[in-house]
Design a protein around this ligand. Structure first.
Ligand SMILES: [Zn+2]
Length: 290
């Protein structure tokens, strides 16, 4: 059967090749990387992946309302102890079509002390995995972001030795939202929400920073937080303008750049009853990447 040659077909072919190359667990690729994954592939693609960290809490509901109104799907990096306190909110995030992802149980700085006590590291990720995995849909992919972006080389092999945690791709960084920068003549050139709120900036001022950085980079993975009084207001400042400007919005599992880090057959990681070798590679929505 002839197929149009496009990026979609290429991705499918690559996925199929990876699948057919998959053998026993010993041959599986490591998923957790020794170095933080900085390359999102979204810069200059007029495509944005909104990521909301540290939730859920009571304010996450207002944020979900806003995203629903705008019909935008995002990725939520969940903190375990927050989810234990707000289980209904966690379920709502998944039910509304957003992707749940792992941001550790306690939001601890994952330094060298965690290599010395691997069980501690494993527990940080298992706690969130236990909570999010049952809410996810077959075919959803698993991602991890390290608290504060802190990562150690030695964490990767510890996590990749775990039969469930090795399904994760990570640690995932961000392209936009890391800090506040100003131009010499006083314009906000970029912003990070938690710093904005600490400085008592309005959502409008903070949003200007986000918008300028997104436009300058023409897309990327955007770091925001799901837990602040102003979280929904910030989205209301930023997202409608981007929609107006024709930006596309994706979840992390719609981003081809992360696929290279997946275990062969990982498409079925959330549906292990399905034998990996017969699982069809899932097509990435590449049409949105222009
Ligand atoms: Zn965080």
């Amino acid at each position: 059967m002839k197929k149009a040659i496009g990026i979609g077909a290429l991705v499918a072919a690559m996925a199929a090749a990876t699948l057919s190359a998959s053998a026993g667990p010993a041959d599986r690729l490591a998923l957790f990387q020794e170095k933080t994954i900085f390359h999102s592939g979204l810069l200059h693609n007029h495509t944005v992946a909104l990521t909301f960290d540290d939730g859920p809490n009571a304010h996450t509901g207002e944020l979900l309302d806003e995203l629903k109104k705008l019909n935008v799907k995002a990725t939520f990096f969940i903190v375990g102890r927050m989810a234990h306190r707000h289980p209904a909110m966690l379920a709502r995030i998944a039910a509304e079509g957003h992707l749940l992802a792992n941001h550790s149980a306690d939001h601890a700085f994952l330094g060298s002390s965690y290599d010395a006590a691997p069980q501690k590291l494993l527990n940080e990720l298992r706690d969130v995995d236990d909570q999010i995995r049952p809410l996810m849909r077959p075919g959803d992919k698993l991602y991890f972001r390290a608290p504060f972006g802190a990562w150690k080389f030695a964490h990767a092999p510890i996590l990749n030795n775990d039969p469930l945690l090795r399904d994760y791709v990570g640690p995932i960084y961000w392209d936009i939202g890391g800090d506040i920068t100003m131009s010499r003549d006083g314009y906000v050139m970029s912003a990070s929400d938690w710093t904005c709120w600490r400085k008592h900036w309005t959502a409008k001022a903070c949003g200007k920073g986000y918008l300028r950085e997104i436009r300058r980079k023409d897309g990327g993975v955007v770091l925001m937080h799901a837990i602040h009084t102003n979280s929904a207001a910030l989205v209301a400042e930023v997202v409608p303008a981007l929609i107006e400007e024709g930006y596309d919005f994706v979840r992390l599992d719609e981003m081809p750049a992360y696929r290279q880090f997946e275990t062969p057959g990982a498409a079925s990681a959330l549906a292990r009853a399905t034998p990996p070798k017969t699982a069809k590679p899932e097509l990435v929505r590449v049409s949105t990447l222009k």
